[in-house]
Ligand binder design. Sequence first.
Ligand SMILES: Nc1ncnc2c1ncn2[C@@H]1O[C@H](COP(=O)(O)OP(=O)(O)OP(=O)(O)O)[C@@H](O)[C@H]1O
Length: 272
Amino acid sequence: MPAPALSVTDLALSSGGRQLVHPLTFSMVAGERVALLGASGSGKSLTAAALAGQLPEGISAGGTITFGAGFGAGSGKGQAALIRQDPATALNPLVPIGRQLAIPLRSAGYSRADAQAEAARLLARAGIGEPAKFLPRYTGQLSGGQLQRACIALALACGAPVLVADEPTTALDAVTQNTVLETLRMWSTGGRSLLFITHDLAAAASLCTRALVMEAGRIVEQGPMADLLRNPRHPYTVRLVQAASRSGEPLAADSSAEGAAPRSATATAVAA
Ligand SMILES: Nc1ncnc2c1ncn2[C@@H]1O[C@H](COP(=O)(O)OP(=O)(O)OP(=O)(O)O)[C@@H](O)[C@H]1O
């Protein structure tokens, strides 16, 4: 069994005495792509922020988050890059996109010229056509979908071993969505892990080998994606699969990820 790239043990989040996320325990192995599904308000974004060390003010956290030894053991900032649900808050409106992308690249040892070239390449991988034109632009000069892709490029530039993508394709047209999903798939080859948060079950099924399902701050079901699609147990998961099936989207689970969990295990509903 490969060592986990990320181990979360009893992660609990609260605000002013209100429990928002009840103790969660899960892990991901290197190269694994895991979907985090769940109803609106179930705690997905707060969990994502906790993993990236970017919890909003006023949220208290308990439990432990440990990153694997493959990219340097330890926990904390820098181990997980976060593509935020709200791209506008992730970027500095006063600094051109190219310069923002260059910051992590320069820290990683790129020369100034190479950082600009890599920044353009990452924008292209995130689905931006003619990326050189975007480098000098400010966030206020980008559409919502372009902003989202700039955030994806920024997360890729961080080169973290774990990428947490919080609804990264919501503002994108179908063609660009496919480009981004393919980029996320490519990104995870070579041992990097992806936690993909989405309401789009078809996208999750095409990208991820395993899924966690949250409801009301708890993981209520988890297992291989194929089993979850074939035999959902928890009532929320049943509704999710039924709704996606009705919409006619093909729900084929991906099995190509490195470190994919064994398919023999059946999806398990977790007692709340
Ligand atoms: N900064 C905050 N302070 C207090 N409560 C918060 C804060 N952010 C989120 N919450 C609450 O925590 C709960 C979980 O929110 P979260 O944003 O993680 O849900 P989510 O599953 O990501 O929802 P969605 O799918 O709509 O993005 C909700 O009840 C929300 O109101």
